[in-house]
Design a protein around this ligand. Structure first.
Ligand code: DCP
Ligand code: MG
Length: 422
């Protein structure tokens, strides 16, 4: 069976992970240093993802300065080709500014469904090969290969996986491989575009030293300027100072930077398969067979889970509806959707699933909605100006919900019935 080998690795890996955590705890509590297995973590990230998809669909765009984003006057840049980056164009920059920097760039509004499709395709390839992986965003993955060096060379394995992804999807992707997530992510960044980099265990500090401090996530403009005023420009400069001095100047962040500069990071790769979903279920006091009432409940629940999704700053790629009848027969149906966080995209799909699932007229005991395939949310939802407006609207609604409780604002369908009843 095709999946057997990978499953074997996965189980071995889970065991190793448990052992590692226990070993760490044992060491912390007893002070006795137990030998840890060498960690290997790969980080993969597609190159100029949205642009690469556009180029696949229209090869005449290859090699040109391309910007994918919203409208010229009010939109922001989602991403741009490396040719446009040479002119200083960056993600999240106002389109107006980007056009000024690179007036000859080809402007594209983007095709969102396509990005979800390719994101899934890459995910599927990684899922079929990797012992344990985490999908960190729509185009970014961490793979934990710890313990697998008994079976194969982790570097060669990662090179082969990259080759497979590029051959199958035709999308360029880069990777960094090292002993931890932080260093691998920075290595990917250094390897881009269309490259890869292996930082051998023990060489982390050396690799980081000549890089600017804002390579660390979390070092924004403010910290950057503060560090500059302290004479710290490069990561290596951080270690020229005592930890106590950094702490005095920067508080906890100083300690954190001191650790990071040494190439230390212990965060673990959390499995995509086990990644959380957001769900809401309701067992009714009395069974319901009125379709309007059921739909009203369904909309309310979908709004609730979508709100939770936005609070977690995630997008979802899959929605499921579940029904239980009084005889306890339980059915559910799910469908993959374009990655979204929006009620107006989720609700119609939930309603459609409900109609496909429900045996008309049969009383329902329990109704549930679940969002899964959660991934971190870049601002790609702001691709279209209309989406931008809607996202701002949701933000405003969510702010009110946060301040006054979740029941204050609901959509027409969820309040209609109550008004009718009054
Ligand atoms: N994205 C977006 N808005 C942002 C950042 C990203 O819409 N502010 C979208 C467009 C990107 C995709 O997410 O193509 C992936 O984000 P990355 O940060 O990985 O950027 P790219 O893949 O475009 O380029 P890189 O080669 O730097 O990874
Ligand atoms: Mg990318």
């Amino acid at each position: 069976m095709a999946g057997c080998g990978t499953d074997g690795y996965r189980h071995t890996h889970q065991l190793l992970n448990m052992c590692r955590q226990h070993t760490e705890l044992f060491s912390i509590f007893t002070g006795y240093n137990m030998q840890q297995p060498q960690r290997y973590i790969a980080h993969f990230d597609l190159d100029s993802f949205f642009v690469s998809v556009e180029v696949l669909n229209d090869p005449s765009l290859k090699g040109k300065a391309i910007i994918v984003g919203g409208s010229r006057d009010r939109g922001v840049v989602s991403t741009c080709s490396y040719e446009a980056r040479k002119f200083g164009v960056r993600s999240a920059m106002p389109m107006k500014q980007a056009i000024q920097l690179c007036p000859h760039a080809i402007l594209l509004r983007g095709t969102r469904g396509q990005y979800s499709k390719y994101s899934r395709w890459v995910t599927d390839i990684i899922a079929s090969k990797a012992p344990l992986f985490e999908k960190a965003s729509i185009d970014e993955f961490y793979i934990d290969l710890t313990g697998m060096d008994t079976y194969f060379d982790p570097y060669q394995w990662t090179i082969d996986l990259r080759k497979q992804i590029m051959e199958e999807t035709k999308l360029p992707i880069s990777f960094g491989l090292s002993s931890n997530k932080m260093v691998s992510k920075i290595a990917t960044d250094e390897a881009k575009p269309n490259g890869y980099l292996f930082i051998h265990p023990g060489k982390e500090k050396e690799f980081l030293a000549p890089l600017p401090v804002n390579k660390f996530s979390g070092v924004g403009q403010q910290t950057f300027l503060k560090l500059k005023s302290m004479g710290i420009h490069l990561i290596g400069d951080i270690l020229k100072h005592e930890q106590a001095y950094l702490e005095k100047e920067l508080g906890k962040w100083g300690t954190e930077l001191y650790r990071k500069a040494q190439g230390i990071s212990t965060s673990i790769v959390s499995s995509y398969r086990e990644a959380k979903s957001i769900s809401n279920e309701n067992t009714f006091h009395e069974n319901i067979n009125d379709v309007e009432l059921l739909l009203q409940e369904l909309v309310k629940m979908t709004e609730r889970v979508a709100y939770e999704l936005r609070q977690d700053e995630k997008l979802c790629g899959c929605i499921a509806v579940k029904l239980r009848y009084p005889d306890f027969e339980t059915t559910s149906k799910q469908v993959s959707i374009n990655y979204t966080l929006r009620d107006d995209e989720l609700i119609p799909v939930a309603i459609d699933l409900f109609h496909k699932l429900w045996r008309k007229g049969k009383p329902v005991r329990l109704l549930g909605v679940k969002l899964s395939e959660l991934t971190n949310h870049a601002v790609q939802a702001s691709l279209f100006d209309d989406a931008e407006k809607k996202n701002n609207l949701y933000k405003a609604i969510d702010d009110v919900k946060n301040r006054f409780g979740k029941t204050k604002l609901q959509k027409a369908r969820t309040v209609k019935k109550k008004e009718d009843e009054e």
